[in-house]
Design a binder for this molecule. Structure first.
Ligand SMILES: *Cc1c(COP(=O)(O)O)cnc(C)c1O
Length: 363
């Protein structure tokens, strides 16, 4: 069976070695030494002033929204994972959807300004599949209208944009280290920020608002993460370059076997100045019918690609519906093919044979 992804696992001995340390110290959570070490390593890797390690990427979004004082309307992308939108609603804000750019599949920056009202306080955009949003344009709009910018950078670990880590743009960028992500800590996530005060708020918010044992800065929640999760992160981190390299090779093999062969498959466009991380391998078919035929034929061979992201988020039953035709149309045509560290070349070849057969002979 081949799933869309498979978690990377470091050698078991390196993890058990870390567990021995945890056992010796009997210190399991609350800013233990492994957590501090991971935070320090990642902060450096991200080239940022602050990195706040959290229990997942969804609480990262929620804390970023609350910690930046965002209220009212948030202009956001309809083409992302559900957590991008649900976090906005969970924080009592209203998502306002701007359609996506049909080449890059990230929010179309030229559609943001007309949606700004007196109630707008932020832009929350996703670097979907690790493809950078139009950061320059978003930054300009945000400055002009005094809006906060949060990037959902859950897919962006290891991507560089204009020589700088993509996760280090905006007022805050949120990450997910869920087991299915390129870099993971089993469950986990965090926020990258550069402003000291903002980072301080994120820091106390993740730990009940504590300021010492008997005093409180303000309202908080429990979004801490543990030594066990930090240990996994420390064990996976040394393999990041190797993981990206392997994914690049597999992606290039897919490219070679699927593109330029008259198969009516297209790929999203990656903006200039991007060093990608190959976190996903999304392909766009001509229509939903072609996608479903391909999926059915792959499923018959025990291969399970995923419809990331379908349905479009403007169709959720708890948000106001907006006309976002590009996003809706894209979500009907896009499929992520299997891509992970120990996927084999022969498996990619087999997947491409099935796809080629379906598109040549069935549709
Ligand atoms: C995975 C993901 C999240 C949620 O992260 P969790 O760690 O699973 O809570 C949020 N946004 C995007 C775009 C994601 O892919």
């Amino acid at each position: 069976m081949i799933n869309v992804t498979k978690s990377f696992l470091p050698p078991l001995e390196t993890y058990t070695k870390m567990l021995e340390g945890i056992w010796n110290r009997a210190y399991l959570t609350n800013n233990g030494p492994l957590l501090l070490e991971l935070e320090e390593k990642l902060k450096e890797y991200f080239g940022a002033n602050h990195f706040i390690f959290l229990n997942n990427g969804t609480s990262a979004l929620q804390i970023a929204i609350k910690g930046l004082g965002i209220t009212g309307e948030v202009i956001t992308t309809p083409f992302s994972y559900v957590a991008t939108t649900s976090s906005i609603v969970w924080e009592n804000c209203e998502p306002v959807f701007a359609d996506i750019n049909k080449e890059s599949l990230t929010i179309d920056a030229s559609l943001i300004e007309p949606l700004i009202t007196k109630k707008t306080s932020a832009i929350l955009a996703t670097h979907v599949y690790g493809i950078p949003c139009n950061i320059e344009a978003i930054d300009k709009i945000a400055k002009k209208h005094n809006l906060k910018v949060i990037y959902d950078a859950a897919h962006a670990f290891g991507v560089n944009y204009k020589g700088r880590p993509l996760v280090n743009y905006g007022d805050a960028s949120t990450l997910s280290f869920h087991a299915t992500k390129l870099f993971h800590t089993t469950e986990g996530g965090g926020i990258v920020a550069n402003d000291d005060q903002v980072a301080h708020r994120f820091g106390y918010m993740r730990n009940f608002g504590h300021k010492g044992q008997e005093d409180f800065w303000g309202v908080g929640i429990n979004a801490k993460n543990s030594e066990f999760h930090a240990a996994m992160g420390l064990c996976v981190f040394p393999y990041v370059e190797e993981i990206i390299k392997k994914r690049r090779e597999l992606s290039e093999l897919y490219d070679e076997l699927l593109l330029g062969k008259g198969l009516k498959i297209t790929r999203p466009l990656i903006p200039e100045g991007t060093e990608p991380n190959y976190a996903y391998y999304p392909v766009l078919f001509e229509n939903e019918g072609a996608l479903l035929s391909v999926r059915d034929s792959l499923n018959a061979e025990y291969v399970y690609p995923r419809r990331y992201f379908y349905p479009g988020l403007s169709n959720l039953n708890y948000v106001k519906k907006y006309a976002v035709p590009v996003s809706d149309e894209t979500s009907h045509r896009v499929l992520c093919l299997p891509l992970y560290y120990d996927l084999e070349n022969d498996q990619v070849k087999r997947i491409c044979q099935v796809i080629t057969h379906v598109l040549r002979f069935k549709s």
